[in-house]
Design a protein around this ligand. Structure first.
Ligand code: IFM
Length: 450
């Protein structure tokens, strides 16, 4: 069995990483605008002020997507472009940009998948406590409901959050993403709970405005990949994926971020281990958080070889010289296969890979083309794993390659290139890479050529 006939082949991006126009047409500042302008925070002082200038070039970009043949495009909305202060009055010009983008996509037969939050929180809300403020779920639900009311006649697919592990964990546990503070665990757990509540309330607001909306969520994970095909290593890897580490290092724990959403409760081991720092949960919180979802998005880039040890598990070091991408991430070709299998076993909800891809040190060759053979090989092998998981019964509805084009890679600035389309940031010229042409063929053949 291959990919299902209605398989959603897509590409993904996010607002701050590509749009530019950081202060144009009434847009308010986001935490990333402020952070990237803070000396020492982002590689070589890069900012998203201009990025790929997608705000002005979206028609050209959508034309390239049409050439690629994607069925769907996943992009995020900049919350402060729509609500400069995060709430209150809508900035009509900001909303008009997204409305025009949606029209452009639909006119090319491309289905829009909107992500409501890909990390660029309105700075004004951050100044009011951001995700620590108990009002934050209401702010988010109001924003989500407004978007759905205004775009819902044409947009039916919504993703609430992208990678809460990163915008809470990397931002407030590790302090290396905007706004870049290390806070006590008690506070980060409270933020996480507000984010989960915001997810549930936003899902309700979207469905109230667009009854036929399809709603999902897009957390991320590094997948424990069994170090051998022994049953005990497979079992150990699956446990390692979901169990809370005894040291209480919680921010990457899959179950903490997904059990409440998909199973309606926090995981018991997490409740025990984190007990001293848990927030006080409201009586209906979990009911609100666990809104039925149409799909479970998951961003997966890498795996961690894992094997059974003493009734538990241990990570196995990668062999010296084993493959790594330009960003320095180890490559484990089976991470999609195992990730999807483990997630589907636990949550029984159709999975969409909402991101997968790799950074490489791409540059134009003498012939002016971008020969990114390693990306083609990476995508090819990961897609083979995905197809294998599908053929073994996991329900997999789609795959969004990250990323449509090179873009601003957060605290690493423009030093990493993840795109299928090369962007020359000096001229804003776009050059489709070899992987672009390869992926176009995969889409045309619904993966039969893999
Ligand atoms: O660029 C990021 C994206 O914003 C979120 N997921 C991982 C990508 C690569 O690091």
């Amino acid at each position: 069995m291959g990919f299902r006939q209605d398989f959603i082949w897509g590409v993904a991006t996010s607002s701050y990483q590509i749009e530019g126009a950081a202060a144009e047409d009434g847009k308010g500042p986001s935490i990333w605008d402020v952070y990237s302008h803070t000396p020492g925070r982002v590689f070589e002082g890069h900012t998203g002020d201009i990025a790929c200038d997608h705000y002005h070039r979206y028609r050209e970009d959508v034309a390239l997507m049409a050439k690629l043949g994607v069925k769907a495009y996943r992009f995020s909305l900049s919350w402060p472009r729509i609500f400069p202060e995060g709430k209150g009055e809508v900035n009509e010009k900001g909303l008009a940009f997204y409305s025009d983008l949606v029209d452009e996509l639909l006119s090319h037969g491309i289905t829009p998948y909107i992500t409501l939050y890909h990390w660029d929180q309105p700075y004004s809300l951050y100044r009011q406590g951001g995700w620590l403020n108990p009002e934050s779920p209401n702010w988010f639900a109001e924003y989500a409901g407004t978007v759905a009311r205004r775009l819902g006649d044409r947009v039916k697919h919504y993703i609430t959050f992208n990678e809460p592990q990163v915008f809470i964990g990397l931002a407030f546990v590790d302090g290396v993403h905007a706004p870049g503070y290390r806070l006590p665990r008690k506070e980060t757990l409270l933020m996480a709970h507000h984010v989960l509540l915001a997810h549930g309330m936003a899902a309700q607001a979207i469905r109230a405005a667009v009854p036929d909306a399809k709603v999902g969520y897009a957390p991320t994970s590094n997948v424990p990949v069994p170090a051998s095909d022994k049953a005990e290593d497979i079992r150990a890897s699956e446990r390692a994926y979901f169990e809370m580490p005894e040291n209480g290092d919680w921010s990457w724990n899959v179950a903490w971020w997904s059990d409440p959403v998909l199973l309606g409760h926090y995981p018991e081991d997490g409740l025990r281990i984190l007990e001293p720092d848990l927030p006080r949960f409201g009586p209906n919180d979990l009911k609100t958080i666990a809104q039925p979802l149409d799909f479970y998005g998951q961003n997966i880039y890498r795996g961690v070889p894992t094997r059974a040890k003493d009734g538990g598990w241990e990570e196995v070091a990668h062999a010296p010289g084993s493959p790594k991408t330009a960003i320095g991430w180890h490559v484990d070709f089976d991470c999609l296969y195992w990730g999807v299998k483990f997630l589907y076993n636990r949550y029984h909800t159709p999975v969409i890979i909402t991101e997968n891809g790799m950074s490489a040190t791409d540059w134009p060759s003498l012939d002016g083309q971008i020969h990114d053979a390693s990306r083609i090989d990476y995508l090819h092998r990961h897609l083979l794993g995905l197809r294998r998981a599908a053929s073994e019964g996991a329900e997999i509805a789609g795959y969004f390659e990250w990323s449509f084009m090179d873009n601003f890679e957060w605290n690493r600035g423009y030093s990493d290139r993840f795109g299928l389309v090369y962007v020359d940031y000096e001229t804003q010229k776009r050059i489709p890479k070899d992987s672009f042409h390869w992926y176009a063929q995969v889409i045309r053949e619904n993966g039969a050529n893999l």
